[in-house]
Design a protein around this ligand. Structure first.
Ligand SMILES: Nc1nc2c(ncn2[C@@H]2O[C@H](COP(=O)(O)OP(=O)(O)OP(=O)(O)O)[C@@H](O)[C@H]2O)c(=O)[nH]1
Length: 304
């Protein structure tokens, strides 16, 4: 009798749709009568995405750094703790957008858990617009993006609503030179989850071991707003922000609004979501070669 717990690893570059896929996968698991647990890792000392996971789901979080490079030991102890607490039938691990997924696979496949987990594969979301504009990424970031695709068992080419149909054959051709795994085109990471039954096994040999803290010149800035900001000024600031800011997310307290709004920015596109409860006014900015002090001062100035 094989009662090992299936483990899925969600990978993909910053803002490509991992959390959106996570939410879909949780719904699917619940509908199928299984109870999922989630291990979430975010770059930055505060968690924004964990708010997206319902409170009835066992959730472990690793903050500040990517799983692979800085906190592998903590990952193993979190996995042990989850197993000890029990009460779940599937484990979904969401890595940060700057993690090399194969490093995380190593932890899951550790002899410590060999008789408890059944590793199913890496599901990678790719932001189709980011792929189209990949020349804006640094060499290292582009290599990481390619490796996230290469070692994936199933690729979700996401945000298809943002691309013209005529580009699709070219993009698929490009991706197929990197991976032989199945590529599914998605909007908001919606897939037919029957696809998961036959996902491909991938040979992880030859992974480059890109470590986000060393190879990428990555900056993660967590800003806490001390006061509310004028919405139009904030929007202007977003428009002008450096092209090497890959991702921003968090809760921004706008003047004359009851609660801080959730702001999501990925690949040049800001989205605003009003909230119906008060969330801490933390805002995370992730990019390469950023002038962190300058950004911090600008954000402080907005709240004056
Ligand atoms: N237009 C469009 N937006 C999408 C789609 N899928 C996700 N988004 C939006 O893209 C933003 C980023 O999505 P997330 O699911 O948070 O991405 P992520 O990969 O988890 O982001 P990080 O964890 O910060 O790396 C959110 O505002 C989503 O609502 C899509 O298919 N089309």
């Amino acid at each position: 009798m094989n009662q090992n717990i299936p483990v899925y690893l969600l990978s993909g570059f910053l803002g490509s749709g991992k959390t959106t896929l996570l939410k879909n996968l949780i719904q699917y698991e619940k509908k199928s009568g299984r109870k999922p647990a989630v291990l979430m890792n975010e770059a930055g000392k505060v968690s924004i995405d964990s708010e997206e996971v319902d409170s009835d789901i066992p959730l472990a979080e690793l903050l500040d750094g990517c799983i692979c490079c800085t906190i592998q030991d903590k990952l193993e102890s979190q996995l042990q703790q989850l197993l000890f607490d029990g009460g779940f039938d599937t484990l979904i691990i969401e890595t940060t957008g700057v993690a090399h997924p194969v490093e995380v696979v190593d932890s899951v496949l550790s002899p410590l858990f060999a008789d408890r987990f059944e590793f199913k594969g890496i599901l990678t979301t790719v932001d189709v617009m980011q792929w189209e504009n990949r020349d804006n990424l640094s060499v290292q970031a582009l290599q990481l993006l390619r490796e996230q695709i290469r070692f994936s068992s199933l690729v979700l080419l996401n945000k298809m609503d943002l691309i013209s149909e005529s580009r699709i054959p070219f993009i698929l051709n490009e991706l197929q030179t990197i991976t032989s795994s199945k590529i599914i085109m998605t909007q908001h990471a919606k897939i037919n989850f029957a696809e998961l039954k036959n996902i491909q096994t991938v040979d992880y040999a030859g992974a480059s071991n890109i470590r986000a803290d060393k190879e990428l010149n990555l900056n993660v800035l967590v800003h806490t707003f001390s006061d509310s900001v004028e919405r139009t000024l904030f929007e202007d600031w977003m428009r002008e922000v450096s092209s090497t800011v890959y991702r921003m997310k968090g809760f921004v307290p706008f003047k004359n609004e009851k609660y801080p709004s959730l702001v999501q920015y990925s690949y040049g596109m800001p989205l605003y979501f009003e909230q119906d409860m008060k969330m801490p006014a933390n805002f995370v900015i992730i990019g390469e070669n950023l002038n962190v002090e300058h950004i911090r001062k600008e954000l402080e100035r907005l709240a004056l």
